[in-house]
Design a protein around this ligand. Sequence first.
Ligand SMILES: NC(=O)c1ccc[n+]([C@@H]2O[C@H](COP(=O)([O-])OP(=O)(O)OC[C@H]3O[C@@H](n4cnc5c(N)ncnc54)[C@H](OP(=O)(O)O)[C@@H]3O)[C@@H](O)[C@H]2O)c1
Length: 294
Amino acid sequence: MADKVVVVTGSNKGIGYGIVRELCKRGVGHVYLTARDVKRGKEAIDNLNKEGFTPLFHQLEVTDKNSVKAFAEYLKQKHGGLDILINNAGLITSNFTKTTYEDSVQVINVNYYSILTIQEYMFPILKDNARVINVSSDCGHISNLKNAYWIDRLTKKDLKLEDVNAFVNWFLNSVKTGTVNDEDFTETPLLAYRISKVALCALTRVQQKQVGRGISINSLHPGFVKTNMTKTAGFLTVEEASQTPVYLALDIDQSVKGKYFWFDKTEKEWTDTNLKLYCVYKVFENSLNESNHL
Ligand SMILES: NC(=O)c1ccc[n+]([C@@H]2O[C@H](COP(=O)([O-])OP(=O)(O)OC[C@H]3O[C@@H](n4cnc5c(N)ncnc54)[C@H](OP(=O)(O)O)[C@@H]3O)[C@@H](O)[C@H]2O)c1
């Protein structure tokens, strides 16, 4: 544990911060807290230092190729590679119930396209038997979709990157041209966020098939967690929500690959639309109301 090198993206606050804290508690030797904003990142490091934890810091803006590349080069030079990568950085739509093109592009850039950039620069430095954890959502389960064509295409056995990219492009194009059909989705609030997380889960399966060298790649729903993203609505604390990502990073058997996990550490079949694991916006809204946030 003491010689492991772990990177957590978007970890200056929220679930990412909780994951860093938990990894430090578990005695992982080199835990990188990363943030797009250096000041916010260093404040987070100071707070953890006050508790006696000593994570390392590096700037990382996941949508910026140069930032990702520079960090990958740094890790290679400093540690010879990376043992565990937790893709946690994420963004939700600024308006929860209205879908705009600009908002959709922004959310999909952070939650989906950035993972392709990270794959390009970070995967080559992953050590054999490394682990990658993609933090998705209940918004990322296939049951968020009702469109039969996309359900079939995204759940097929020989799923390819071009299928996932085509799905994302189909959505963005339909928002741009005003042709979104509400019938294609189980629910329409948080729509661009749902698309980005469905794409992330599908990508996890593609990545697992391609990666080799004993590396495992899994995705998860961390639960409904009280963070900035939810305007502090939710059922779980950051500390509680950090348990499953850390379990996937450190404890689960290395043979578990390409799966989708729930916040209670159980594996759920991602391709099964009958499971109805989609995000129910009414629950979100009720929690927001209860906290007097609306
Ligand atoms: N909270 C929930 O109920 C919930 C439920 C399901 C899934 N999730 C997922 O869990 C993950 C963490 O969410 P959270 O609730 O902890 O959200 P949060 O409190 O809003 O934290 C998000 C983190 O991501 C960072 N980030 C955003 N865009 C970035 C970028 N372009 N480059 C680098 N970092 C970036 C943020 O940095 P700044 O501080 O600079 O903005 C922040 O550190 C996300 O992937 C989210 O989709 C959350």
